[in-house]
Design a protein around this ligand. Structure first.
Ligand code: 3PG
Length: 392
């Protein structure tokens, strides 16, 4: 694909699609600015190259066709301004044209306020394309969506290129997945087997050891015929768990930390018990790996040369249930392997233990990261490749 870094952008109108879909709390404070920080080098480079820069993104999933305060990019504009050390004006209505001078930088309000964005409406995409001389796709986190601002616009813009962040994401993921140094270990946590089944399938074909945590591990514990009490698990996916175990070495909880408290009573100093996985009582819930399983996983991670991490191994939001996730996060950080992590909860764990600098590559993608791991084509990347063939 064409790369923004290779283009002469002097005086050009450049539209950069970023993924600035950041988590906000109820007071609309940004709770993780990782995606905004990741977009800064691209924006700086475009400005240095003398472009007139329009940046845009979606935020949340507002109803299309209208402005909605709670999905406005206003907090993002303010934060981006702080990071860049200059004001970043937010343009509410922009589809029909944006007035800009040389070296200007503006943020275009939430692309999902435009009717037709999600269904990749042709007219909308053509209008977006008309705003610029060069369209730069840099939103790796949204590259799995074929929408007007990720796909259609790339089809019609005079030129379409990959931004540095998108290019770096694709390169890091390819290094981890296409030509991995071995042994390759995947750590997949999270609540449900069902929501990660295709990822688990794909990884079971590729990696040497598949470590499963969280509710996913519970279903594997149940596949041993053990009682899992009140633990989150999916009975109907036990056959799938057994099938995956036939394909590769799967590590799941041999011992666990459990609680008898109901969800509403969970707290940082909740009492926990350590139990072998075949000793779980009917009134208990598994909320973390036990020390034996954690030590085994840590040992496996020490030997690894490539590590892919998506999803926590326990309910790490509560300190009492966090030990397994914390130790495994540290082991990934300390390992010599090429390590790559992605997904909102995973990033929250990395932030919590302050390990961001020690992971080889942190992806800004959630769904896009998983789809890439699954081996799916990302439509927003595919259109850049198509354009590159046409652009020569
Ligand atoms: C994400 O957070 O995974 C991306 O920004 C995509 O958001 P979406 O699932 O609302 O399309």
């Amino acid at each position: 694909v064409l790369k923004m870094a290779d283009l002469d952008l002097t005086g050009k109108r450049v539209l950069i699609r970023q993924d600035l879909n950041v988590p906000l709390d109820s007071a609309r404070n940004i709770t993780s600015d990782q995606r905004i920080r990741a977009s800064v080098p691209t924006i700086r480079l475009a400005l240095e190259k003398g472009a007139r820069v329009m940046v845009t993104s979606h935020l949340g999933r507002p109803e299309e066709g209208q402005f909605e305060e709670k999905a406005s990019l206003a907090p993002v504009a303010a934060h981006l301004g702080k990071l860049l050390g200059r004001e970043v004006p937010l343009i509410r209505d922009w589809v029909d044209g944006v007035d800009m001078g040389d070296h200007d930088l503006v943020l275009l309000e939430n692309v999902r306020f435009n009717a037709g964005e999600k269904k990749n409406d042709d007219n909308l995409a053509r209008k977006m394309a008309g705003l610029c001389d060069v369209f730069v796709m840099d939103a790796f986190g949204t590259a799995h969506r074929a929408q007007a601002s990720t796909h259609g616009v790339a089809k019609y813009a005079p030129m379409a290129a990959a931004g540095p962040l998108l290019a770096a994401e694709l390169e890091a993921l390819a290094k981890a997945l296409k030509t991995p140094a071995r042994p390759m270990v995947a750590v997949v946590g999270g609540a449900k087997v069902s929501s990660k089944l295709t990822v688990l399938e794909a990884l079971s074909e590729k990696c040497d050891v598949l470590v499963v945590g969280g509710g996913i591990s519970n279903t594997f514990v149940a596949s041993e015929g053990y009682n899992v009490g009140k633990s989150l698990h999916e009975k109907d996916l036990i056959p799938e768990a057994r099938r995956l175990r036939e394909k590769t070495e799967v590590i799941f909880a041999e011992d666990c930390r459990t609680t008898k408290l109901d969800f509403d009573d969970w707290r940082h100093d909740a009492p926990v018990e350590e139990k072998a996985a075949d000793q779980i009582g009917d009134d208990e819930q598994i909320i973390d790996y036990g020390p034996k399983t954690t030590a085994k996983v840590v040992e496996i991670l020490k030997q690894a040369k490539t590590i892919i991490w998506n999803g926590p191994c326990g309910v790490f939001e509560f300190d009492a249930f966090a030990q397994g996730t914390k130790d495994i996060a540290h082991a990934i950080a300390e390992s010599d392997a090429f390590s790559i992590a992605g997904g909102g909860d995973t990033l929250a764990a990395i932030d919590k233990y302050d390990l961001a600098d020690k992971i080889s590559y942190i992806s800004t993608g959630g769904g896009a990261f998983l789809e890439f791991v699954e081996g799916k084509t990302l439509p927003a990347v595919a259109i850049l490749e198509e354009r590159a063939r046409g652009q020569g």
